[in-house]
Design a protein around this ligand. Structure first.
Ligand SMILES: [Ca+2]
Length: 390
């Protein structure tokens, strides 16, 4: 998806190609473990070539990790050690994030009902040092019986700006203060969706009307890689994706959307950030019946942040309605083999099939639609058939 305009580099590389072969990232086969590990996850081994170095994974939390003694229950506090990989650094406000239990799945509640002021915002924050490059993905829903933030009735978008779904920022610089901050994304009123913060705006995404589903999860991904010479002057790469069972994949990036075809950083603002929190903020209007669940939070930083493996419910990536970024086991990552962890909650008759999609560090979809979870294949109930290869 990203154009490479390094003509000189291309000329030099063309000369080198006579003596070297360039190995692009490619998936050849997959294999899933038959049993879960001690934390309750299946291991999906991906074999191929050109995997290179792993991304700098900071955190992965699907809130379902089995820990000794307790694995969370409805209304219990989510500990900072909740993530399968990494851990939370702190909170966004005084509000405590509690588990939400829905069937076999656990998620995180965005509201603390013990507060009525700003501290009712239950937000978890992870810090990672100064960075210019990031990729995040997560799932979010408004459960049945609740409203969208600032909406007085269910299944409506309010007129006012009401919900910053995640907030990437520097120090505590979420105000107009010269410290980078970016809401990814923000509901800006009447269903409009914007990627912007108090110290700069990148641009709009497809409106919430076009994809948002009620009582089910919506899947967001956002990433950006800044130019390394001058991130304020030279163009970087910016990407936003929204997905739901209603609308499939909606993407905008620096090549498809003129507003994203720009430098990542802003003049007069710190050209880096060091943390992200979920949710970023919610408020304004009538929030009597607001609550939301967050799940499957993935955070990677650094120049390789876009390199990743996702599974979705469609063989064709663009037609996916549910997408999960899978956490790699960094210690077992090699150029030809990567181990990924798969949530057991995705397994089971009735959950459909899932397909693996691989992206390289430039956000190119390099491998698509390898079936890896076969809940709906013709096999005895409860037996998960593994198909290797494509
Ligand atoms: Ca979960």
């Amino acid at each position: 998806m990203r154009a490479i305009s390094l003509t000189l580099f291309t000329i030099i590389l063309t000369g080198l190609l006579t003596s070297f072969s360039v190995s692009a990232m490619q998936v050849d086969s997959t294999q899933k473990s038959s049993e879960v590990d001690d934390k309750g996850y299946y291991t999906l081994t991906v074999n191929g070539r050109g995997f290179g170095s792993p991304p700098n994974l900071i955190l992965y939390d699907d809130f379902d990790k089995v820990t000794s003694g307790t694995d969370g229950a409805d209304g219990e506090q989510v500990p900072f050690t909740s993530p399968l990989f990494g851990q939370w650094t702190g909170r966004g406000y005084a509000g405590i994030s509690n588990y939400a239990e829905e069937g076999n799945n656990l998620a995180m509640q965005a509201r603390d009902f013990n507060y009525s002021d700003m501290n009712r915002i239950a937000s978890l924050r992870v810090e990672f040092g100064n960075q210019t490059d990031i990729f995040i993905s997560y799932a979010v829903k408004v459960p049945d019986g609740n409203t969208f933030a600032a909406a007085s009735t269910e299944e409506k978008f309010p007129a006012m700006s009401s919900w910053k779904f995640s907030w990437i920022y520097k120090d505590n610089g979420v105000q107009v203060d010269g410290k980078y901050d970016m809401c990814v994304p923000s509901h800006a009123g009447n269903g409009s969706l914007i990627v912007g913060g108090n110290d700069g705006t990148l641009g709009y995404g497809d409106s919430f009307w076009s994809f948002w589903v009620w009582d089910e999860y919506n899947y967001f991904a956002f990433g950006q890689v800044a130019d390394k010479v001058d991130p304020v002057v030279n163009k970087g790469y910016i990407y936003l994706r929204s997905v739901s069972p209603k609308a499939a994949v909606q993407e905008r990036d620096s090549e498809s959307y003129v507003r994203f075809n720009r430098p990542v950083m802003f003049s007069g603002v710190t050209p880096f950030y060091d943390r992200v929190r979920f949710p970023g903020w919610w408020g304004n209007g009538d929030n009597t019946k607001f609550n939301a669940y967050y799940d499957n939070i993935y955070v990677a930083v650094g120049e390789l942040a876009f390199k990743r493996f996702e599974i979705s419910d469609s063989e064709t990536y663009s037609q996916s309605g549910k997408i999960y970024t899978l956490p790699p086991v960094l210690d077992n990552w090699s150029d030809t083999s990567v181990e990924l962890k798969v949530n057991r909650e995705l397994m089971g008759v009735g959950n459909g099939n899932y397909y693996l999609h691989a992206f390289d560090q430039d956000n190119n979809l390099v491998s698509e639609g390898i079936i890896v979870i076969c809940n709906a294949c013709p096999s005895p109930p409860g037996e998960f058939k593994v198909i290797s290869g494509n």
